[in-house]
Design a binder for this molecule. Structure first.
Ligand SMILES: Cc1cc2nc3c(=O)[nH]c(=O)nc-3n(C[C@H](O)[C@H](O)[C@H](O)COP(=O)(O)O)c2cc1C
Length: 349
C-alpha cells in the first residue's frame, strides 16, 4: 500500500514537472495548471472567498474592533497632516467613515480608545474642512447628531512632540545580536504579565493603514498546547518541552479585496519581530515556528484552535526562559552590504 502511494506521488510529480513549462505563458494558463495539476492554492482561495462573505456580513466591524474604522481614520489623519492641507478631501470615504463610526459608537462593548481616536480625528476634520461642501455637509450633520462622551486628544501631532528614547544604535545592535532562536527551555511557566508587557511593545509595530488585523493567541491549556506544538513540522525533537506557545493569527475578513490578501502576513510578522525583541528585553527567549501552506495542517489547526477559515495562522512562536546549557545554532547572517542591492543587478544580459 505504502509502495503504491509513493508510486502515485512520484507519477504526479513527474507529470507536473513535464507539463509545467507549457503553462507559464500567461496568468490564465498558470491558473489552468493549478486547476488541472495542483491543488496548492485551493484552500487559500476558499478562505479568501469566505473572508469576503464575512466582510460583507459584518461590514468592517468585528466584535469590539473595526479595521475599516482604523483604516479610514488613518486616511483622514494623513489628509490632516498633508502639506499644504486641502480645504476639501476624503470625499470618497467620509460618508463610509462616519457611518462605521456611528455603528461603532452604538455598540456598548466597542474598544473605547479607538472610539476616542475616531471621534478626535473626525472633530478635527470637520473643524478644518469646508463643511459647506455637500458631501462633507451631510456627513457632518450625521456626525453631529450623535453625542460622544470622551476627550478629543488623539489627533495628529508634530514630529518634535515625539517622546525621546534613550536607546543608542550600539544598544539596539546588541539586542538584535543577542536575540536568537531558542529551542530548549527551563520547565517553568511564562507569566501572563510578561506576555502582556511584550505585546505592549509589539502593538506599536506599523501595519498597513493601521488596520492591525492580527492577534497573538495564547494556547495555555496544556493538552491543547501539546497537540498544537506538534503541528508545525519544525518542532520535531523539542516540541514537548516548549513552555508557552502562541499562534500568530491574521484575519482575512478585515479586507474586502483580494489585493490585500498578503497584508496579514506582513503586518503580523512586523509585530511578531517586535514581540520577539521585546521578550528578549524581559528575559524571555523565543523561537518563531514555521506554518506551511498545507490545507491538511490548516484543517487540523482550525479544529484544535476554533479558527474559522478566514482566520489564518501566520506562524507559531515558542516562548520561555532559555535553558542555560541549551544549544544555539550559529546561524550565520548575510552581510549588510549583501542586503543592500540595486535594480541594475537584476538586468538581463
Ligand atoms: C517564519 C519563521 C519560521 C521558522 N520556523 C522554524 C521552525 O519551524 N523550527 C525551528 O526550529 N526554527 C524555526 N525558525 C527559526 C529559524 O530557523 C531561525 O530564525 C534562523 O535559523 C536564524 O536563526 P536565529 O533566529 O537564531 O537568528 C523560524 C523562523 C522564522 C522567521
Amino acid at each position: 500500500m505504502q509502495k503504491l502511494k509513493k508510486l502515485i506521488i512520484k507519477l504526479i510529480e513527474t507529470t507536473q514537472r513535464i507539463v509545467r513549462p507549457l503553462f507559464i505563458g500567461s496568468p490564465t494558463l498558470s491558473r489552468l495548471y493549478y486547476l488541472l495539476f495542483d491543488r496548492a492554492f485551493g484552500y487559500e482561495q476558499q478562505a479568501i472567498l469566505k473572508a469576503k462573505i464575512q466582510y460583507e456580513k459584518h461590514q468592517g466591524i468585528q466584535d469590539n474592533s473595526s479595521a475599516l474604522l482604523r483604516r479610514n481614520i488613518h486616511r483622514l489623519e494623513k489628509g490632516l497632516i498633508m502639506r499644504p492641507r486641502k480645504k476639501v478631501f476624503a470625499l470618497d470615504y467620509i460618508e463610509e467613515t462616519v457611518s462605521v463610526y456611528l455603528r461603532a459608537v452604538s455598540l456598548a462593548h466597542f474598544e473605547r480608545s479607538d472610539l476616542i481616536w475616531a471621534h478626535s480625528v473626525l472633530c478635527q476634520f470637520f473643524a478644518v474642512c469646508d463643511v459647506e461642501h455637500p458631501i462633507i455637509k451631510a456627513s457632518f450633520a450625521a456626525f453631529k447628531a450623535v453625542d460622544f462622551d470622551g476627550e478629543s486628544s488623539s489627533v495628529p501631532y508634530s514630529s518634535s512632540e515625539r517622546a525621546a528614547h534613550e536607546i543608542s544604535p550600539k544598544q539596539f545592535k546588541a539586542l538584535c545580536k543577542t536575540r536568537c532562536s531558542v529551542r530548549w527551555f527551563e520547565q517553568r511557566e511564562v507569566e501572563r504579565e510578561l506576555l502582556i508587557e511584550a505585546l505592549s511593545m509589539a502593538t506599536e509595530a506599523p501595519s498597513a493603514c493601521n488596520r492591525q488585523a492580527f492577534e497573538f493567541m495564547w494556547i495555555d491549556d496544556e493538552a491543547t498546547k501539546q497537540q498544537a506544538v506538534k503541528l508545525p513540522g519544525g518542532t520535531a525533537g523539542f516540541a514537548s518541552q516548549i513552555p508557552c506557545l502562541l499562534a500568530v493569527v491574521g484575519d482575512l475578513s478585515a479586507y474586502p479585496f483580494e489585493r490585500d490578501r498578503h497584508v496579514i502576513y506582513i503586518d503580523a510578522s512586523l509585530a511578531s519581530m517586535q514581540f520577539m525583541l521585546a521578550c528578549e528585553t524581559l528575559g524571555l527567549s523565543t523561537c518563531a515556528l514555521n506554518w506551511p501552506e498545507l490545507h491538511t495542517l490548516d484543517k487540523r489547526a482550525a479544529k484544535l484552535l476554533n479558527l474559522p477559515q478566514h482566520k489564518r495562522i501566520v506562524m507559531f512562536i515558542a516562548v520561555g526562559y532559555a535553558l542555560e546549557e541549551g544549544g544555539i545554532p550559529f546561524s550565520n547572517k548575510k552581510s549588510p552590504e549583501k542586503l543592500l542591492t540595486h535594480p541594475d543587478l537584476n538586468k538581463r544580459d
